[in-house]
Write a protein that binds this ligand. Structure first.
Ligand code: GDP
Length: 285
């Protein structure tokens, strides 16, 4: 079975999140092209991409070595209080991306604090080391101090730091030693971010976000917390007001690259999209 890593990206606007995720997708695509996979379902994001506009979707996923890395976007600031916690709930670790010149910005403090409180293990990426006057060492210390201030545990403070230039397409454990690609980040993710815990039992999933398709309508997205979800399964939609509505899952998708892939079942620990559920809201189970 494929191993999974679920990682939330935390970054201040303009620090290079879109550029880095683009490079990660490219690395994943190169890797995937050498393996056989089924048809991908194109969604809005692919269309936007074809038109040359890069927009980071809510969930993307890449295949690297034996691993599937689910990359979860987080809001760049604190205006989305409740949403932040729900989104971080899907992750087992976080990738804090920081500009090597500007350093960590106050706006990302809130999201990072939540991630630290929730026990997520961080991987730090110091980006834009190609910029003149950048100060990667100083910024690394600033990140360490920030984590201390946020009461990170010793284990969390033992985070790996990767340096590089997403724009130039390289990442390295040492900024004086540029590499040819960004695999240093992917290696840090699979090495330091814990694998998701598997919970056996009746299938359970919290709806964390939603997508929309002109063909199938609203799509519920979340991480399978317990058990296994299968296509065609009868489920109970538990609403926040306490009501329970019987429903059936028409289709089940996992994330692959910028798109989604139809699958028969999804196990505890992975992130998926459910088609065929009516009347749900974010926060329902
Ligand atoms: P986001 O807002 O965090 O998604 O940031 P973007 O990925 O859109 O990047 C913001 C700007 O920084 C763009 O103009 C990028 O080209 C630039 N950028 C991203 N990564 C690097 C880098 O490693 N070095 C330099 N010099 N610029 C970068």
């Amino acid at each position: 079975m494929q191993k999974i890593r679920n990682i939330a990206i935390i970054a201040h606007v303009d620090h290079g999140k879109t550029t880095l995720v683009d490079k990660m997708l490219l690395a994943g695509k190169l890797f995937r092209d050498n393996q056989t996979t089924g048809e991908l379902i194109l969604d809005n994001n692919d269309l936007e991409r074809e038109r040359g506009i890069t927009i980071l979707s809510k969930n993307v996923s890449i295949t690297y070595k034996d691993y599937k890395i689910n990359i979860i976007d987080t809001p760049g600031h604190a205006d989305f209080g409740g949403e932040v916690e729900r989104v971080l709930n899907m992750a087992d670790g976080c990738l804090l991306l920081v500009d090597a010149f500007e350093g960590p910005m106050p706006q990302t403090r809130f999201v990072l604090q939540k991630a630290i409180q929730m026990g997520l293990k961080p991987v730090v990426v110091i980006n834009k080391v190609d910029k003149p006057n950048c100060r990667p060492d100083e910024v690394q210390e600033m990140v360490f101090d920030l984590m201390c201030n946020l009461d990170a545990t010793e284990e969390q403070l033992d985070f790996p730091t990767i340096y590089g230039s997403a724009k130039q397409g390289w990442m390295s454990t040492d900024f004086n030693n540029p590499t040819e690609d960004i695999t240093a980040v992917l290696d840090a993710i699979i090495e330091y971010i814990p694998e998701p815990q598997i919970h056996e039992g009746d299938a359970q999933m919290l709806i964390t976000s939603l997508d929309y398709s002109n063909y199938v309508g609203r799509i519920a997205i979340g991480r399978v917390h317990r058990g296994e979800i299968r296509e065609g399964m009868d489920i109970a939609l538990c609403k926040k007001d306490g009501s329970v509505v019987k429903q059936r899952i028409k289709e089940l998708h996992t994330f692959e690259g910028m798109g989604r892939k139809k699958v028969d079942s999804v196990k505890s620990g992975d992130i998926c999209a459910l088609v065929g559920i009516d009347g749900f809201e974010i926060g329902d189970t």
